[in-house]
Design a binder for this molecule. Structure first.
Ligand SMILES: *[C@@H]1O[C@H](CO)[C@@H](O)[C@H](O)[C@H]1NC(C)=O
Ligand SMILES: *[C@@H]1O[C@H](CO)[C@@H](O)[C@H](O)[C@H]1NC(C)=O
Length: 531
């Protein structure tokens, strides 16, 4: 371990270099922002889009409002905001209106005293409510490009399992939303659809890979959505757009019908399909639909949790020179959540420091790297040859490449030699020890509060220079633990703040209960402060 000793000696110097680097990076971007026109989506004017999905479903069932009115309200809102956010890549508007009319006719023809009607709450919990998903979740007849230009024009021949479940629950598919190239980046931009902009500030990123989802939800152009997350792809967009996003424990929600397939054995442990939404009360019902009744019952989804008997802990960040130090307003939001639980339940929330968590970077890398399973070079061409990243980087500079710079840089990383077997095993051992420590700490009634990310939504392009901020989300994928991002109001720039709740495996119901509680205290999603 000679290298480790050298690193330890150099650590203070690396840390100093890091602080200076991020200081000047932010200074540069703050200056650039002064010359960059900020656009914000307008305030929602139709009250129908300010209703939680479960409440909307109840209103539709009771005949208070017709499904067609909800669907039309969201279509109008999408048309109103998409000029700013550029998030929708394919819509289903005409068909959605037709489906909504079918729902309305069905409800009005139904005997309100029948079992069929009474059972609708459980058999079709989202009957008549529109939903969106990302351009990598397959729906028959729609695109599923995952942002890969070579796949443009391809139509899906299957419905992903989660989409089938949504249809069974009566939900109406409204639109597909933008993703990064190959769904592999934290900025939702590709050469087919361009770049998606943050509804709170168009100069800023929406995150990725479920970035289009984050944007339509944050902009109130959707109320419930489906994302997927292997390193933060649900939670990063959730935190940048001020909505809820849950990465579940492994093996709860079917991955069938995601494009592309993440075939690695450990990829399947890290990857989760999960709910994204604007109202905390929709989290449990939406997850119930996505994972199915059997799993939902096992998770006790929707059952009341006595939070006063739960344990809360918090940790203020990952100490590594590679990611940016956590911004003081982000820490502030975390501390407010801590204080809230402390005051409300009248017992201390303990600050912890899990030393192994500071190795998030290497833990993620060793867990995620599986060159036998995914060949990025041929994925980007869909098997028609291999991308030459050096050539494409030059073309990208000239604006003639079908690929995006972050993915090409990512390809370059693939030339790095693999770590030797011994080191890989050592890191996996550290990972498993850390996982066990956290499970021991939390048990089945503990929640760890953690920053979602180093900053709030960064300006476009900045992620390339602060790539390793995703350690904040990626760590929990590598550890196979559930994690839920909860909005916590806006910062001094009018950007969403949030906190990340982490639990032991299969404690989704506890995390969701805590999210509902925080929504009571901090109002959850707030509309973008436009005119
Ligand atoms: C309604 O639900 C009850 C209880 O779950 C069940 O026994 C019954 O068969 C259902 N009826 C209809 C018409 O779906
Ligand atoms: C997409 O289309 C390309 C050719 O245009 C084809 O090679 C590829 O197999 C298709 N992929 C899928 C998933 O249908």
């Amino acid at each position: 371990m000679g290298a480790a000793a050298v690193l330890r000696t150099l650590y203070p110097l690396l840390k100093l270099v890091s602080v200076v680097y991020f200081f000047f990076l932010n200074l540069g971007f703050n200056i650039a922002l002064l010359f960059w026109k900020r656009r914000v989506v307008s305030r929602p004017t139709n009250d129908l889009i300010l209703i939680a999905a479960t409440d909307a479903a109840a209103m539709i069932r009771n005949g208070e409002v017709q499904s067609v009115h909800f669907v039309q309200a969201y279509i109008d809102r999408m048309n109103e905001v998409d000029g700013v956010i550029n998030a929708v890549v394919e819509d289903n508007f005409d068909n959605a209106i037709a489906k909504a009319r079918e729902v309305d006719a069905y409800i009005s023809g139904l005997d309100k005293t029948s079992d069929e009607f009474k059972n609708l709450t459980t058999t079709k919990p989202f009957l008549g409510v529109p939903f969106t998903t990302k351009d990598s979740v397959q729906i028959i007849g729609f695109r599923a490009t995952a942002g890969i230009a070579a796949a443009e024009g391809n139509k899906s021949k299957m419905d992903a399992d989660v989409v089938k479940n949504m249809f069974d629950a009566g939900a109406i598919f409204l639109a597909l939303t933008n993703v990064p190239e190959a769904t592999c980046w934290t900025e939702s931009s590709n050469t087919m659809n361009g770049c998606t902009n943050n509804p709170y500030d168009s100069r800023r990123s929406v995150g990725g890979s479920s970035g289009g989802e984050g944007a339509v939800l944050g902009a109130a152009a959707s109320v419930i959505g489906i994302g997927s997350d292997i390193g933060g792809s649900i939670r990063i967009p959730a935190m940048m757009n001020g909505v809820y996003g849950l990465k579940c424990s492994p093996n709860l929600v079917s991955l069938k019908g995601l494009y592309p397939d993440w075939n690695g054995v450990y990829h399947k442990q890290m990857l989760s399909v999960g709910p994204m939404c604007r109202y905390a009360k929709d989290l449990a019902p939406l997850l119930r639909v996505l994972c199915g009744k059997e799993v939902a019952d096992k998770l006790k989804l929707g059952q009341k949790v006595e939070l006063n008997k739960c344990k809360f802990f918090y940790m203020e960040g990952i100490n590594t020179p590679l990611s940016e130090p956590v911004n003081h307003e982000v820490i502030g939001a975390l501390r407010k959540a801590v204080k809230y639980f402390e005051t409300k339940y009248d017992h201390p929330v303990y600050r912890v420091d899990l030393p192994k968590a500071h190795h998030a970077g290497i833990i993620f890398r060793i867990s995620f790297t599986d060159r036998k399973a995914v060949d990025l070079f041929s994925l980007l061409t869909l098997g028609n040859g291999r991308v030459n990243p050096f050539k494409e980087i030059v073309k990208c500079g000239l604006g003639t490449s079908k690929h995006t710079m972050p993915l090409l840089l990512y390809c370059l990383m693939e030339y790095m030699p693999e770590y030797n077997k011994e080191f890989q095993e050592y890191v996996i051992q550290v990972r498993e020890t850390l996982r066990n420590e956290i499970i021991q700490l939390l048990g089945d009634n503990g929640v760890l509060l953690f920053p979602s990310w180093s900053t709030t939504a960064p300006p476009h392009y900045k992620n390339v220079a602060s790539y390793f901020n995703f350690f904040y989300t990626g760590l929990w994928n590598a550890l196979r633990l559930p994690a839920l991002v909860v909005p916590m109001g806006l910062d001094s720039n009018g950007l969403p703040l949030s906190v990340q709740l982490v639990g032991a495996p299969n404690t989704e119901n506890l995390l969701i209960a805590a999210a509902n509680d925080l929504e009571e205290g901090f109002n959850g999603w707030v509309p973008p402060p436009g005119h």
